[in-house]
Design a protein around this ligand. Structure first.
Ligand code: ATP
Ligand code: MG
Length: 185
């Protein structure tokens, strides 16, 4: 039995409903969810070297240095070589995207362009959700992460979805993925 792996990335600014859509995707299409934010927070909790280095950046809403982030993610993906996955929160810079492309191929990149009024994702407060931190994250997104969409558009991998409500965007994402995710046997 030959089974093909499916690898996807989800991109979208803070408040785009990325969290909501990601959890629906991984549930519906049985993909392993790898969230860079969750991975970092686990490192911080575990007080690993990476976690200690990363925490000062996270607290300020800045991006963790590319090399640290790339090492963490690639190491995690090594253990997922034969499973279908959805990468969430990475890559956040073109440098990260290039480093990923050097190691693994991806099949599809989903870009969410709306704002989530329904689930109000930004209302979920974390320690790093102070107003100035949120602003810094939005700025980092504008400057560093939006060029990542161009990187994948040029590779013809980008699939964009616009909307203000997760419940409206979701059927579109679902319809699209059902055409590209290989059926599980
Ligand atoms: P979203 O609202 O889209 O989930 P977020 O701003 O809540 O985004 P997380 O993905 O939860 O962000 O990440 C939290 C923090 O971890 C970021 O603000 C950043 O400091 C760091 N981080 C996460 N992913 C990366 C990455 N790929 N590169 C650099 N830093 C990262
Ligand atoms: Mg988040």
């Amino acid at each position: 039995m030959i089974s093909r792996v499916f690898r996807a990335i989800i991109l979208g600014p803070p408040g785009s409903g990325k969290g909501t859509i990601s959890s629906r995707i991984v549930k519906d299409f049985k993909l392993t969810h790898l969230s860079s934010g969750d991975l970092l927070r686990a490192q911080v909790r575990g007080k690993t070297d990476a976690g200690l280095k990363a925490s000062e950046y996270i607290e300020r809403g800045g991006l963790v240095p590319d090399q640290l982030m790339v090492d963490l993610i690639l190491n995690e993906l090594k253990g997922l070589s034969s499973v279908d996955w959805l990468l969430d929160g990475f890559p956040r810079t073109v440098e990260q995207a290039k480093a990923l492309a050097d190691e693994v191929g991806v099949d599809s990149v989903i870009n969410l362009k709306g704002k989530d009024d329904v689930t109000g994702e930004l209302l979920t407060q974390r320690d790093d959700d102070k107003p100035e931190t949120v602003l810094a994250r939005l700025r980092a997104y504008q400057n560093l992460t939006s060029p990542v969409t161009d990187f994948y558009r040029d590779l013809d991998l980008l699939k964009e979805f616009t909307g203000t409500e997760s419940d409206k965007i979701w059927p579109e994402v679902q319809k699209y993925l059902s055409t590209v995710v290989p059926p599980k046997s």
